[in-house]
Design a protein around this ligand. Structure first.
Ligand code: AMP
Ligand code: MG
Length: 336
């Protein structure tokens, strides 16, 4: 299949592809999404093939206006309304009891559906001109999510109908996912909207254990996506826990031509081996924005091992931690 590369002034063409059951990669403020008509089960099934995504991992449905939600869910509780008012359009996904119109391919057989209203204008226009869109990240399953059209081309060229090039994504990690199908509400995946922000609006929110820890053998994931190794470059990612002096000492002792370091801006001049800069220490927004691009760059450099700081879990740092600990397969070395 030939994959068309479209500009943001060709959204009508992309909408035509969606209406006829095809797949279009679109920019959003989080990461690029691989979109199909969410109410067309056959079109949605093609997403799983193109991404090689396990069929038991459900998809997020993207809407352009709050009114579109009525057809998609059975209930829209007060807490969901408050969250939508506070954070939509934006990087928050809300899980609710699904309506009968949701095809089983979207919800992977669950009784719930994940809904998000993105703020990216290209994505919203595509939805307005076509339909609510089921759209996971537009990468091959398991690899780092795409934050530029070039990342999408690298994974998906020849596998999908079209890519709309909307430049770089502003948030850079996938949306925050909260379920309101549980009481109290539960954070299943951290993202650009923080746990602290959610608690300010609706009070108690539980942090699902799978956000920070690997699932024990046989344990059921509240969010099926949490059980897969994710976001991983080909390089072996290892996290280091310790202060800056210990970190620099450890990595500088590994200048073997095969190793690189994911470092903070402030550290670059003290490194004796190849490095990629994630952002300033404590600037979690920039780190989230850069993370997937630098993981892809590590592979372009051909490095075999990538050492990185173990991030703090406050604010958007929790989203960075959640992605990087999975990229590392939960491998952390504590430095004295
Ligand atoms: P992605 O589409 O790749 O950004 O991933 C969507 C995430 O939301 C995955 O971790 C899914 O498992 C999760 N998700 C989507 N729908 C549901 C649902 N109904 N219940 C629980 N988790 C969901
Ligand atoms: Mg994904």
């Amino acid at each position: 299949m030939k994959t068309l590369l479209l500009h943001t002034d060709e959204i009508e063409k992309a909408a035509g592809i969606i209406r006829s059951g095809g797949l279009v990669a679109m920019p959003t403020e989080t990461v690029y999404g691989l979109a199909a008509d969410a109410l067309n089960g056959q079109a949605v099934a093609k997403i799983f093939q193109a991404k090689r995504r396990p069929m038991d991992n459900p998809l997020i449905v993207h809407i352009a206006e709050l009114s579109q939600i009525d057809d998609l869910v059975r209930e829209f509780p007060e807490k969901a309304r408050k969250l939508a008012e506070a954070f939509w359009p934006g990087p928050l996904t809300i899980i609710l009891p699904r309506s009968d119109k949701i095809p089983p391919e979207v919800s992977a057989g669950l009784d719930t559906v994940a809904i998000r209203c993105p703020s990216d204008e290209t994505a919203r226009e595509l939805i307005r001109l076509s339909a609510p869109l089921a759209a996971p990240s537009a990468n091959l399953s398991g690899s780092p999510s795409p934050t530029t059209a070039q990342h999408v081309i690298a994974d998906m060229d020849g596998r999908i109908d079209a890519i709309i090039d909307g430049g770089s994504c502003s948030v850079g990690v996938e949306s925050t996912v909260i379920t309101l199908a549980a009481d109290p509400p539960r954070l299943l995946r951290p993202g650009g909207i923080t746990l602290e922000q959610l608690r300010e609006v609706i009070g108690e929110v539980i942090l699902d254990e799978a956000v920070l820890h690997p699932l024990a053998e046989g344990q059921q994931a509240a969010s099926p996506g949490m059980k897969y190794k994710h976001y991983a470059p080909k390089a072996n990612v290892v996290l280091l826990k310790g202060d800056r002096t210990a970190f620099l000492q450890f990595v500088n002792a590994h200048n073997d031509g095969k190793t690189a370091v994911l470092c903070y801006e402030e550290e670059r001049h003290d490194l004796k081996l190849p490095y990629l800069v994630l952002g300033k220490e404590g600037d979690y927004e920039t780190q989230a924005n850069q993370l997937f691009a630098v993981l892809r760059q590590a592979d372009e450099k051909g490095c075999q091992t990538l050492y990185a700081h173990c991030p703090s879990v406050e604010g958007v740092g929790l989203a960075v931690y959640n992605r990087i600990i999975r990229a590392a397969g939960f491998e952390v070395i504590s430095l004295a």
